[in-house]
Design a protein around this ligand. Structure first.
Ligand code: AMP
Length: 532
């Protein structure tokens, strides 16, 4: 709603101003991207990719009508035997299962045709699946009679499984975050050739299928920034990942920028947590994760189902747990800070020193691991007041190597994403919400002969930047003033036939009821003075 939008605009405008002073430029990113971009960067075992993405197959329905029908028929097909015999079905199998083989036959025929015409993606996977289905029908029909009912049902299900894997279009998804998109754009636009580092910010909606609650939405808004720097010198693969003092200063400046932004907004109760999750080498994070996993195995039966699952899929995520019963156990687990390699430990110490130099207060939090695969070394999170359990307003970290993973040159990266909805909520809780759109001037015109002057006055005042309300029909004086008051106007310009004739317009200051007379030019001057 407009009153709230005003606050949103202030939050966005302030970001533009503050980020601009740090040398960042805005990048506008697409709302949807290939699903694979996020699967590759964020990681398959993360909550986001495993269950929260809004992805869909992108194809022209009208070109694939029959194929779509045949796929649906195959996937929903069920047998209907008259009896439930045990053992081989013999000739009875034909009657029960013959229909399914023709349904699959349709999928193969229409699928091959669409494949040849390029109406479905000509991928090796689709080619293989169609060939397997074709062979599968032969085997299915050939062994029908010698199979039992349940064996035939299994064969049906495995053919259905193959049909389900056929891709009819590219898989696209509504972006769940934007760092991967920024990296994709960096590569696609050859930004490594620009002066380094490249500093970009973005804002806009993101989409995740989460359980909606206060501060957690399925369409939410992020404001984020990224610093990307391609490593130019020729170094042996992997070696460029060594941390440099420059990286630590960049990390600290990026964090300083978010904190400066929050301060400018007047966000209250802001707290910065930082951590280092090292890098992926065996002598660093990988070694730590092994130790963590071993320690978790020992206490497995005391953990909840989510954490038990994560021991296998993503042990670091166990540290994120908010489950009361797990807290004491987690506190006793090995800590990453004790297992960082010398290089990462040095980098972390330097980030802290740089933050101190900049007067940025922080708290160390060894459990801050962040849920996305691409982070390394510095991770940070910022919380604010008035948000209940969803109190994180910003998350970020370093992601050297992500651009390379996506097919670009060796590039270092650090960035963050701010949850704009939550920033707004926190500001509103603190009474810093926006007011309704007010008016500077309400034009109370009376008498048909004054309308032309009123229209001209409205046009000139608006051109001079004032917010003007021009009632479409004539009103009685009392009603006009009441309306001006309701709209929160500061002045009423009273235009009666006398005013128009004399060229001396009456202006009433609504706050105190004082009145003055001004020429047209004098009015503009008066209003300008009041504004400044
Ligand atoms: P992430 O991209 O998960 O690191 O999140 C960064 C920030 O975005 C969080 O600290 C939140 O402020 C915000 N955020 C993430 N998911 C949601 C959501 N579903 N609804 C509202 N804000 C969110």
């Amino acid at each position: 709603m407009p009153a709230e939008t005003k606050l949103w605009n202030r939050v966005e405008q302030t970001a533009r101003e503050v980020f601009g002073t740090f040398g960042f430029g805005e990048i506008r990113l697409p709302i949807f991207e290939p699903t694979e971009l996020f699967a590759r960067s964020i990681g398959l075992d993360t909550e986001i990719v495993a269950k929260e993405m809004y992805s869909f197959e992108d194809y022209d329905t009208s070109e694939l009508l029959e194929l779509l029908e045949s796929r649906k028929a195959a996937l929903t097909w069920v047998d209907s035997p008259v009896t439930q015999p045990f053992g081989p079905l013999g000739a009875g199998a034909q009657a029960i299962f013959q229909p399914f083989s023709s349904v699959i036959g349709n999928v193969v025929r229409l699928g091959l045709d669409a494949f040849q015409k390029g109406r479905i993606p000509r991928t090796p996977d689709n080619e293989r699946l169609l060939a397997d289905l074709k062979d599968g029908i032969g085997t299915f029909v050939g062994s029908l009679n010698s199979r039992s009912l349940s064996e035939n049902r299994q064969a049906v299900n495995s053919l259905k499984g193959l049909v389900g894997q056929l891709r009819f279009g590219d898989s696209l998804c509504l972006r769940p975050e934007a760092t991967a998109s920024v990296c994709r754009a960096y590569i696609e636009h050859g930004m490594h050739a620009l002066a380094q580092p490249v500093k970009l910010y973005y804002m806009g909606p993101m989409f995740r299928r989460e359980r909606p609650q206060k501060g957690r939405y399925r369409q939410f808004y992020q404001i984020g920034a990224e610093v990307l720097e391609t490593v130019r010198k020729e170094v042996a693969s992997g070696e460029w990942l060594v941390a440099s003092a420059k990286d630590a200063a960049t990390d600290a400046e990026v964090i300083e920028m978010v904190m400066a932004y929050f301060a400018r907004l007047g966000l209250e109760g802001v707290q910065l947590d930082i951590n280092s999750i090292g890098h992926s080498a065996p002598a660093c994070r990988r070694g730590y994760v092994e130790k963590l996993k071993a320690a978790l195995e020992k206490v497995k039966d005391k953990l909840g189902a989510d954490s038990q699952r994560r021991i296998e899929t993503n042990p670091l995520r166990v540290l994120d747990s908010k489950l009361e019963s797990e807290q004491a156990i987690i506190e006793k687990l090995p800590r990453i800070g004790d297992h960082l390699c010398a290089d990462c430990a040095k980098h972390h110490a330097e980030v802290k020193r740089q933050l101190e130099l900049r007067g940025v207060a922080y708290q160390e939090n060894w459990r801050l691991v962040r849920g996305l695969d691409y982070y390394m070394r510095t991770t940070f999170e910022i919380t604010a007041r008035g948000l209940g359990s969803q109190n994180a307003v910003c998350g970020g970290g370093r992601y050297d190597g992500l651009v390379e993973l996506l097919g670009g040159p060796p590039t270092k990266g650090i960035g963050f994403a701010i949850g704009e909805d939550r920033v707004i909520l926190s500001l509103q809780e603190a009474g810093k919400g926006g007011a309704a759109q007010g008016r500077d001037v309400y034009i109370a015109w009376m008498g048909e002969k004054t309308l032309a002057t009123a229209i001209r006055a409205a046009r000139d005042l608006r051109q001079a930047g004032f917010r003007v309300e021009l009632p479409p029909v004539e009103q009685k004086f009392g009603k006009a003033l009441g309306q001006a008051d309701k709209l929160g106007a500061r002045y009423a310009l009273i235009l009666g036939e006398d005013e128009v004739a004399s060229g001396q317009w009456t202006v009433k200051t609504l706050a105190d009821g004082t009145q003055g007379k001004y020429s047209e030019a004098g009015l503009l001057e008066f209003l300008r003075k009041q504004k400044s």
